[in-house]
Write a protein that binds this ligand. Structure first.
Ligand SMILES: CC(C)(COP(=O)(O)OP(=O)(O)OC[C@H]1O[C@@H](n2cnc3c(N)ncnc32)[C@H](O)[C@@H]1OP(=O)(O)O)[C@@H](O)C(=O)NCCC(=O)NCCS
Length: 192
């Protein structure tokens, strides 16, 4: 699996050295309650199983740890995986790192990977109704509301209203700032 880089972040495959950070950041209920598959409490075994389960390379599953470039600190996770409805992506950050635009930056980089490197036409993601910051991240990428349903939150032990968002390659490219070095003709090609 590859390593991706953005202005302030590095996205690379998870390693055993990330486990200590995962336990602290994902052990925080304000993080896990907004995710569908992370239990609460979150312990060492959960983190170890997650890292071990990633394997050297699994088709249709692209999982990354997010590190701050300036000091290499592990700040969160992001991933894209194939499910019955196409490709779904999700992300989280440890609470001390919220509010600095990191989720938007990491998701943006992952979307470039999805659309440019993997050649996907669209991806989807869901956000729980009481987590508007994530809804905002998705809207900033160009994602559009595509229905709502009740979805399990493992940490809450309950189903929660979840808004499904669809991001197409064309919508993503439309939102993308021209500063990213994609020429107008390349943009038109990608949108075709
Ligand atoms: C959701 C989460 C990833 C956001 O990370 P982040 O790095 O703080 O996000 P960003 O700073 O890139 O963007 C957040 C945006 O939401 C906005 N926002 C924050 N709180 C908000 C609120 N209560 N209502 C509406 N918008 C809000 C911010 O202002 C920002 O928008 P802006 O850049 O236009 O100002 C982070 O809070 C988190 O990890 N939460 C727990 C796990 C989770 O929710 N994962 C997503 C599951 S779908």
């Amino acid at each position: 699996m590859c390593t991706l880089e953005s202005e302030r972040l590095i996205l690379r495959p998870p390693r055993p050295g990330d486990i200590a950070g995962m336990i602290v950041w994902l052990g925080d209920y304000s993080v896990s309650k907004n995710l569908s598959r992370v239990p609460h409490p979150y312990n060492e075994e959960d983190a170890e199983n997650f890292v071990a389960g990633i394997g050297p390379r699994r088709e249709g599953r692209h999982v990354f740890s997010i590190l701050r470039k300036e000091d290499g600190v592990f700040v969160g996770g992001i991933g894209l995986h194939e499910d019955g409805a196409g490709f779904e992506f999700g992300y989280w950050l440890g609470k001390p790192f919220w509010g600095q635009g990191f989720a938007t930056e990491a998701a943006h980089r992952l979307m470039r990977f999805a659309f440019e490197d993997l050649g996907l036409a669209e991806v989807h993601a869901g956000w729980f109704h009481d987590n508007p910051a994530s809804g905002h991240v998705l809207a900033k990428l160009g994602a559009r509301h595509n229905g709502s349903s009740m979805r399990e939150s493992r940490a809450r032990g309950a189903k929660v209203l979840c808004h499904e968002m669809l991001l197409t390659r064309a919508d993503f490219l439309r939102k993308r700032p021209p500063s990213e070095g994609v020429s107008r003709s390349d943009r038109q090609k990608l949108m075709a």
